[in-house]
Design a binder for this molecule. Sequence first.
Ligand code: 13P
Length: 248
Amino acid sequence: MSRKPFIAGNWKMNMTAESGAKLINELKPLVKDADCDVALCVPAILIPAMVKAAEDSNIKIGAENVHWAASGAFTGEISADMLKEYGVEYVIIGHSERRQYFGETDETVNKRLHTALNSGLKPIVCVGETLAEREAGETEKVLTRQLSEGLKGVEDIKKVVIAYEPVWAIGTGKTATNEQAQETIAFIRKKIGELFCPKCAEKVIIQYGGSMNAANCKGLMAQPDIDGGLIGGASLKLDFATIVNFDK
Ligand code: 13P
């Protein structure tokens, strides 16, 4: 069982074409010898410029969302074909900020996921509990629901990357401990084994996300079930290269 680590950034609603291209150009030489897969998921309008900036490098560009329909009257949305036309490889689906602020549900996550898979985009599906849910002892119940509803009908689960992002750790500087992250991600892997097949679950890449940074990445990445990171704040600076080189 060998899973190639995968470190991805999520720029959220940050950067401009100019500052983003500058960062990518500075990152390129720093990450070129990475042993892991590397991606930066960027705001849709920055995609063409960031794909160009990342040319001839091992940095892949991803999107932060995708609509489920092929086209139509969906003002403000972006289709999978539009993303693919510009060289996008990855797409984040169901980030907790979209669930919290934009009405994303397990059902819409599932629709977006199927569209991504059918069009050849590599989906990064986010799951995670809020602080209230963790404190109420509902973490496993919430994750079970997000996984069983969100991943419903997927034929080849190995094509889906899962990002476990406890909502209370996102942007708060409060990282899950190595043990908490390992324990919860091991639970997610077990659940995927039950929902699909145990052998496939061993092949699924599961990232941790939530205040992962240059200082704590090594400890998190040393956990047996943690295969990578989905990095917010630290992906906006050169610290991202330190995380990508966690094993050096
Ligand atoms: P931070 O790394 O800023 O906590 O964000 C994590 C995240 O939400 C990545 O998707």
